[in-house]
Ligand binder design. Structure first.
Ligand code: C2O
Length: 538
């Protein structure tokens, strides 16, 4: 097999993606980071040099890591972090993956500072040539962005000093970025700040062609609603699952989620350039504000020369792009059908549940109460130098008061059923499970229990499978994880502020197999720090 090698140097840069200059974390001085592009079956080798002043780790979102749980990149769970100045090599094989993935740091919410990139896996032996149902493809990142470093925002969320009440609520985002560029409203920025006008990202494509956009939301805060004036979005992929095509004018993506849309550049009438819009409804329930990021779609002629210069003058599709649709939390991908029907395996084991909520917890050290996020009422305490994976490998129990853990002792042919009860009212959360896409068997509003779930209708015929699922205000989903990928896999909210405030639990699939894993030597060498050191996540 082909080995594809990458070198990543994590460092700091001053950047102004939305016009407002701030300190950022970058990979090889780039934001977004370099794209990893490979074929199914390839071996990926990424050498990560940590030139930051804090520990780090990189997670490959959606990649299975079958048999390489040690390369999953989560400090305190699947590895000890890479210390400042240290280097670590991630090495794994792309077995059954194909589609749109991404990577990001998994330390605190530092992915919100710029440590993100795309990870594209093509079919086996696909030479990446234009022989598909579309002529070209591009990655398009859609995300919220803040004026401040994540560390500062997380600190404020939990700061109770001098009468300041963080209440666990992050600051509102300041801009939406499309492929790393956004337009901050400089009028609301601090007066002494450098706030400049930015040039929106421009997507150029030949008239008549079809372009596949691989949309990725690497954001920290919430759902981004995506649209292109006058263009229909043909949705063909949800996370990495090919789906029966769906035609939409607008599509919402939550942090962690991906979707591929094909656009046909056939709207050549009056215009030759169009606005691309990414709108975020920042906390509609708490009376927040709307922010939109803009990019440009510009047609070119057959020689590749742009048909026009200057800004588009197009308007959004009627009824879209205003506060109304932004606030509704509509999930257009609720009912999509997978193109390749993968029947979920039978469940041979008990159903377990993960109830998640916002609430009051007590700090271990200071014994002070604080508002945080929990999974089964446990606020994740991240022992960064004592990874949970090592506990399972060594047959030592995971401390259940540090992290909510569901263990599935299976024979490897069945499925692990998880009821995710999202108990917060007025909030929606995208839940991500590492290791493998899961089948969505049923969902509903209110709360579900292992007793009641026996009597409900489930879809065992053609359920959608994906790796990040949005669950609305006080609602639930029943998901089945095929147990063909043993490991210690996080289940967490992909809103970075919630993740870094303890909204993470574990699903342990087949501990008997995990006990036979070999700890790689370079991996063990990372674990030299104090085992009791608590990292972000709390
Ligand atoms: Cu994008 Cu824990 O993951």
């Amino acid at each position: 097999p082909v080995t594809r090698k990458y070198e990543f140097t994590l460092g700091t840069s001053a950047g102004s993606p939305d016009g407002f200059e701030r300190l950022m974390y970058t990979i090889n001085n780039q934001f977004p980071g370099p794209t990893i592009e490979a074929n199914q079956g390839d071996i990926i080798e990424v050498t990560v040099h940590n030139n930051l002043d804090h520990p780090q780790a990189i997670h490959w979102h959606g990649i299975r890591q079958r048999g390489t749980n040690h390369m999953d990149g989560v400090p305190g769970i699947s590895q000890c972090p890479i210390a400042p100045g240290a280097t670590f090599v991630y090495r794994f094989t792309l077995e059954s993956e194909m589609g749109t993935y991404w990577y990001h740091s998994h330390y605190g919410n530092t992915m919100a500072d710029g440590l993100v990139g795309a990870f594209i896996v093509h079919a086996k032996n696909d030479p990446w040539v234009k022989k598909r149902d579309y002529d070209d493809e591009r990655v398009m990142f859609l995300s919220d962005w803040n004026d401040y470093l994540s560390e500062f925002i997380v600190h404020r969320m939990h700061d109770y000093s001098e009468g300041y009440k963080g209440q666990g609520i992050p600051t509102q985002p300041d801009a939406i970025l499309i492929n790393g560029v956004g337009q901050r409203d400089c009028a609301t920025a601090q007066p002494d700040a450098t706030c400049l006008t930015t040039k929106p990202y421009e997507l150029q494509g030949q008239i008549g062609s079809r372009i596949r956009l691989r949309l990725i939301n690497p954001g920290a805060h919430g759902m981004v609603r995506f649209s292109i004036d006058q263009h229909v979005l043909q949705v063909i992929e949800v996370d990495d699952t090919p789906i029966e095509p769906l035609y939409l004018k607008e599509l919402a993506l939550d942090p962690g989620q991906r979707a591929s849309v094909v656009i046909h550049l056939n709207r050549g009438g009056q215009f030759s350039s169009f606005w691309i819009r990414g709108g975020l409804a920042a906390k509609c329930v708490f009376g927040g504000h709307f922010i939109t990021g803009f990019a440009v779609l510009r047609y070119t002629d057959f020689k590749g020369d742009p048909w026009s210069i200057g800004s588009p003058v197009t308007a959004p599709w009627p009824g879209l792009g205003d506060g109304e649709t932004l606030c509704q939390d509509i999930d257009e991908l609720w009912d999509v059908k997978p193109k390749i029907v993968e029947k979920p395996p039978p469940t041979a084991f008990s159903v377990q549940q993960m109830g998640t909520s916002f609430g009051q917890f007590v700090d271990r050290e200071s014994h002070e109460p604080f508002i945080g996020f929990g999974m089964n009422s446990v606020n994740f305490v991240n022992m960064i130098n004592d990874p949970a994976l090592a506990h399972v490998e060594d047959g030592i129990p995971i401390n259940g008061s540090n992290v909510a853990t569901l263990v599935y002792e299976t024979d490897g042919v069945g499925g692990a059923d998880v009821i995710i009860n999202q108990l917060d009212v007025g909030l929606t959360h995208p839940f991500h499970i590492h290791g493998r896409p899961f089948h969505i068997l049923a969902r509903g509003s209110g709360e579900m229990t292992p007793e009641k779930v026996k009597d409900i209708q489930v879809n065992l015929v053609n359920p959608l499978y994906r790796d990040t699922l949005t669950i609305g205000s006080r609602a639930w989903a029943l998901v089945r994880i095929p147990t063909d990928n043993p490991g210690v896999w996080p289940i967490h909210c992909h809103i970075g502020w919630h993740l870094s405030s303890g909204k993470l639990g574990l699903i342990v699939i087949r501990p008997d197999v995990v006990r036979s894993f070999q700890k790689p030597q370079e991996w063990q060498a990372l674990c030299t720090g104090d085992k009791n050191e608590i990292g972000p996540g709390r």
